[in-house]
Design a protein around this ligand. Structure first.
Ligand code: ZN
Length: 484
């Protein structure tokens, strides 16, 4: 009988689920890539990694966007959801699961969640009052209005009231504060954690979690009430459990829940760091370990907006510059834990400086010297390297840009060192030293390969092929000249 293997540790990571009223943009591409780095990193540590993304397909804006596109709403959501699934493929995302909130599994899970929350005494009927735009068939918050008018129709919304269901958010104020206190690393960066603590400390109001079918039809029916649908936020958050089989509470769900990391944008912090944990407390499920919060991307210094026409489509970006250059740019230029600016000029500058002239150049110089002087045979190797501790810390603290900067320090150092010792002169001048230097540079590149794998998987694979070949030969450029 085979010896029993110790159980692998599990790692469960999610991205937010984008709303399907529009095509993917570069900001969400960044979120996918950030989460992918973490998933790959944990997989390489040997953890049994589950990685979920999906699409948020309910709410009043979806039927409207479908109508505007002249499409049946079901066909429309399927098409846009398909675009997001394509995006994952194009970006090399290693997700293991994908959830659509219009799926049967999600519907069942949401209704089950709802019923459990009702059983806990946390859902009650109340009067909801809000500013409603008839044209949009949608309620607006004051903050969403433009000078008191509907941002789309430029008309004054009506004050409407309806009877719907509320979630007892207020009940969980102390429990949330206790959880934050016991889990000082719950939200990263710390500034966002502080923001959420202050928000909860001020006191929580119960929130409306359903809509009358008179004002919203495209949603999951409230169990036992045909005239109400579950409001989109309540249903959307449940994707993190429905996506891994909460409806049946099967093996996958038991294995992976609670999530180890939710990666989100800063605009949905309250939903993830306060409402979602309160919902989980209500139904008696354990809380996620961490919420990593990224900032926003501006383009050429301006906010992304359809009207400005500066929304960057990630698909042509990847076909023009290649996958790893796009991953590298988004991960290094935009700080994971803050805001950043996207520009084609900066992307091309980093492509040339960091990828072509630094990493690419190092590899071609080194492989050239090995081919010429060792007939392709590598001199004896240094022992296998380990990932530097500070690099691990940067990754675990969600500072992916700093992790990459750390890796690039070694790459730059290697190029400078080659210049300094005039490596190309050494085979004649000091063959013993030449051997030693080449061997340590190859060891350094092996380390770089391991460290780069979660960030730039294709490049890491190419490096691996180059340096583990029987005979090392001068490599093709890793990053070809751009045809611009
Ligand atoms: Zn309107």
């Amino acid at each position: 009988m085979a010896e029993e293997q110790p159980a692998k540790e599990k790692f469960y990571i999610t991205t937010s689920i984008p709303y399907v009223n529009a095509n993917p943009h570069v900001g969400f591409a960044m979120e996918l890539i950030q989460a992918d780095v973490l998933a790959r990193y944990h997989r390489l540590l040997g953890e049994d990694t589950c990685f979920l993304n999906g699409t948020d397909e309910h709410g009043s804006k979806v039927p409207k966007a479908a109508a505007a596109a002249g499409k049946d709403v079901k066909d429309f959501v399927k098409e846009i959801s398909g675009r997001f699934q394509d995006l994952s493929k194009v970006l090399g995302i290693s997700n293991t699961h994908f959830i659509r909130t219009t799926s049967q599994g999600h519907k069942k899970a949401s209704q089950k969640f709802w019923e459990k929350s009702v059983a806990a005494g946390d859902i009650y009927k109340g009067k909801y009052e809000g500013l409603y735009c008839v044209g949009c068939e949608n309620y607006y918050n004051e903050s969403e209005l433009a000078a008191g008018l509907c941002p789309i129709h430029k008309t004054k919304p009506e004050l409407l009231s309806e009877e719907n269901y509320f979630f007892r958010f207020s009940k969980y104020q102390q429990a949330l504060l206790d959880y934050y206190h016991k889990n000082p690393g719950f939200v990263k960066p710390a500034s966002r954690f502080n923001e959420i603590i202050q928000f909860v400390k001020k006191g929580l109001s119960d929130i409306s979690v359903s809509r009358s079918t008179k004002t919203l039809k495209w949603g999951i029916p409230v169990p036992g009430d045909k005239n109400q649908v579950i409001y989109i936020w309540f249903d959307a958050l449940i994707n993190y459990v429905s996506g891994i089989g909460y409806a049946e509470e099967d093996g996958t769900f038991k294995r992976y829940w609670p999530a180890d990391v939710h990666v989100i944008g800063k605009d949905i912090l309250r939903f993830h760091a306060a409402l979602w944990p309160a919902m989980l407390l209500s139904v008696g499920l354990p809380l996620p370990a961490r919420v990593y919060v990224h900032g926003f991307i501006t383009v050429d210094g301006e906010k992304l907006s359809k009207s400005r026409g500066n929304v960057i489509d990630p698909f042509p970006l990847v076909s023009k510059y290649g996958l790893d250059p796009v991953r590298y740019f988004l991960l290094s230029e935009i700080p994971s834990d803050g805001d950043g600016d996207f520009s084609i000029k900066k992307l091309e500058a980093r492509y040339a400086a960091d990828l072509q002239n630094n990493l690419g150049n190092l590899v071609s110089r080194l492989t050239n010297l090995i081919e010429k002087n060792f007939d392709g045979d590598l001199p004896e190797e240094d022992p296998a390297p380990k990932t530097a501790e500070n690099l691990q810390r940067h990754i675990e603290e969600f500072r992916l840009h700093e992790a990459l900067a750390e890796i690039w320090k070694n790459i730059s150092w290697a190029n400078q060192y080659i210049d300094q010792v005039k490596l190309w002169e050494l085979p004649k001048k000091d063959p013993k030293l030449f051997k030693e230097v080449v061997s340590s540079l190859v060891a350094l590149l092996r380390q770089v390969t391991i460290e780069l794998a979660p960030f730039l998987p294709d490049t890491a694979q190419k490096l691996n092929e180059i340096f583990s070949a029987e005979k090392i030969v001068k490599s093709q450029p890793l990053f070809p000249r751009l045809h611009i």
